[in-house]
Design a protein. Structure first.
Length: 138
């Protein structure tokens, strides 16, 4: 089962993993100062756009979690400047609960709340799309 995740987003609204029950969720840990995180952003944008276009009534979601609490505002500005439509969450204990060892690091959570894949390093949109097809919810 996926560890807990909850915290305020850019608008101050509390976002939790449980609010995405029934949907695929990519939990992406990042920081604005992380060059590989910056480099993977176009792939995240592609995944989000493709998911919105082909995902039906419950397309896969992305939640970025700030790895560095002191960098939260910079990370939010960085993603906003790239028109990232997903929440950037501040949960200072999430990286410990999820066992994050470095950046970028992402976890694909299935519609039933199970972690089915861990991606260390930058994500690739088409690989994420394949994974959502390989692990259908039961």
């Amino acid at each position: 089962a996926a560890p807990a995740l909850a915290g305020p987003d850019q608008a101050g609204t509390t976002v939790s993993l449980s609010s995405y029950a029934g949907r695929w969720v990519l939990v992406n840990f990042a920081a604005s100062w992380c060059v590989p995180c910056q480099q993977e952003t176009p792939q995240l944008l592609t995944f989000a756009a493709d998911a919105a276009r082909t995902g039906g009534s419950a397309p896969p979601a992305i939640v970025t979690v700030s790895y560095d609490h002191a960098d939260l505002a910079n990370l939010r500005r960085f993603l906003a400047a790239r028109h990232a439509p997903w929440p950037v969450v501040d949960d200072p204990q999430a990286s410990v609960r999820w066992g994050v060892g470095g950046l970028p690091e992402s976890y694909l959570v299935d519609p039933e709340g199970r972690v089915v894949a861990k991606v260390t390093g930058g994500v690739v949109a088409r690989d994420l799309e394949k994974l959502t097809g390989e692990f259908p919810a039961s």
